[in-house]
Design a binder for this molecule. Structure first.
Ligand SMILES: Cc1cc2nc3c(=O)[nH]c(=O)nc-3n(C[C@H](O)[C@H](O)[C@H](O)COP(=O)(O)O)c2cc1C
Length: 419
């Protein structure tokens, strides 16, 4: 398996006239951190919401907006731009631009590129929820999806108009991770044909019908790992505890609540998996009994009796024929020492150690890590979780083939959808 330097991914980022355009400098930053070259193409309406000056500064490239700009066309014509793109992303995508793309109209530079490109196209719609639910917009969405255009989101929540509903643009981190994973088919395909099971997020261990024990895990690292693995051509099943993240494109997501459910879902899929990546922050203990009704406050103190949750990681590595297993160790102190102990005790192939605290780790968009394996280690400095995940997946592939041999046959080439 060759392990070359990462090739930059060329992203044409179309920005259209929605309020969410104010989030695009952040989106550009995250795409660039993920290794992308970003060429921005703005519509005239987009210029009402965000300045080309700011976007030029963060993208490091002159902004394109006018189809009839002779100087810019001489430098890189709209056709060259369409060919240059590995992916065309429109974020935010207005209802109007969706309609233009559906009809094949090309009155401006952005829609002309959409018609002229062979690269995958992704749209992150953003609009008022009534606009999004309008039958015309929904019919356009359906047609776009039928034609293979990826629709990212939208999310549900409070909107700029003061109302609540579906129509919020997904957050820049989620969009960047999804878009970078779309380029995987063009990437090195380091995990092509392999099946991965990834666990992510926290678990909820019920106390009574309204309360549970949990932790601060946001699931971001696991989702980034799943996206990065899919980008390298893997078939990925992501078993996720309760999180507030959009499903990464090209990844089968199985949602669970408790450690017991995560254990069952993992074992449902692990039998023919080549690689298991356990990023989930699974509860160590759960209440012995779960009250049927809400527990009332009667006394000044209260004792909860807890019992150990199933150890998912150890249960996988003790299988007769375990997959290549990567654990994560989030520690507040003696990070490397504890992680090395876990590597050996749980018989892992690799462990990713990172410190968690108020200033790092959980619930953040960036992370740093040291990866340990038998006779080796590698440290990754602080980077966005998408960027770190890409590097960790490359290292996982490298170690997988080092341990299992470069001629390793995937255990499975087709994933059947579970029922
Ligand atoms: C203040 C303001 C906010 C707007 N926000 C949105 C929006 O969030 N989503 C949307 O689809 N259209 C929105 N519109 C309407 C679009 O800007 C309008 O349809 C425009 O023609 C879109 O052009 P474009 O797709 O070429 O950028 C907004 C208009 C105004 C005046």
């Amino acid at each position: 398996m060759p392990f070359s330097e990462t090739i930059a991914v060329n992203v044409v980022l179309g920005i259209t006239g929605g309020i969410a355009a104010y989030k695009t400098p952040d989106l550009v930053r995250r795409l660039r951190e993920g290794g992308a070259e970003v060429q921005i193409v703005m519509t005239a309406s987009a210029e009402e919401f965000v300045t080309g000056t700011a976007l030029q500064a963060v993208s490091g490239r002159p902004i394109r907006s006018n189809l009839w700009d002779k100087e810019a066309e001489a430098a890189m014509s709209h056709i060259e731009l369409a060919r240059w793109a590995d992916v065309v992303l429109i974020a935010p995508a207005t209802a109007e631009v969706m309609a233009r793309i559906v009809s094949g109209a090309a009155p401006d530079l952005l829609t002309t590129i959409c018609l002229a490109t062979e690269a995958p196209i992704a749209l992150a719609p953003a609009m008022n929820h009534v606009m999004w639910n309008n039958p015309a917009t929904q019919a356009n969405r359906e047609l776009l999806e039928e034609r293979g255009i990826q629709i990212l989101g939208p999310g549900v929540g409070s909107q700029a108009c003061g109302e609540t509903g579906a129509g919020r643009m997904l957050d820049p981190e989620t969009i960047a991770a999804a878009v970078l994973s779309l380029t995987g088919s063009r990437g090195e395909g380091l995990l092509k044909g392999l099946k991965l099971v990834v666990t992510a997020g926290p678990t909820h261990e019920p106390i009574d019908p309204v309360r549970y024990i949990t932790n601060h895990s946001s699931g971001k690292m696991g989702f980034a790992m799943a996206s990065a693995a899919a980008a390298q051509g893997a078939n990925v099943i992501l078993v996720s505890g309760p999180v507030r993240l959009a499903d990464p494109p090209g990844v089968e997501v199985v949602q669970v609540e408790s450690a017991k459910e995560m254990y069952a879902a993992t074992h449902k899929f692990i039998g023919d998996a080549d690689i298991f990546i356990a990023t989930a922050a699974v509860a160590d203990y759960r209440p012995v009994t779960v009250a049927d009704q809400k527990i009332k406050k009667k006394s000044a103190t209260m004792n909860l009796e807890l019992e150990r949750c199933p150890d998912i990681l150890a249960s996988v590595t003790s299988l007769e024929s375990p997959p290549f297993t990567v654990g994560f160790a989030a520690e507040t102190e003696r990070v490397i020492e504890y992680a090395r102990g876990k590597l050996q005790k749980k018989n892992l192939d690799m462990i990713v150690a990172n410190r968690v605290g108020s200033d790092c780790g959980f619930n953040r968009d960036d992370n740093a890590a040291t990866v340990l394996w038998n006779n080796g280690e590698k440290t990754f400095p602080i980077a966005s979780k998408a960027c770190l995940a890409r590097d960790l997946i490359e290292l996982t592939a490298e170690r997988f083939y080092a341990v299992r041999g470069s001629g390793t046959q995937p255990r499975l080439t087709i994933i059947s959808n579970s029922d």
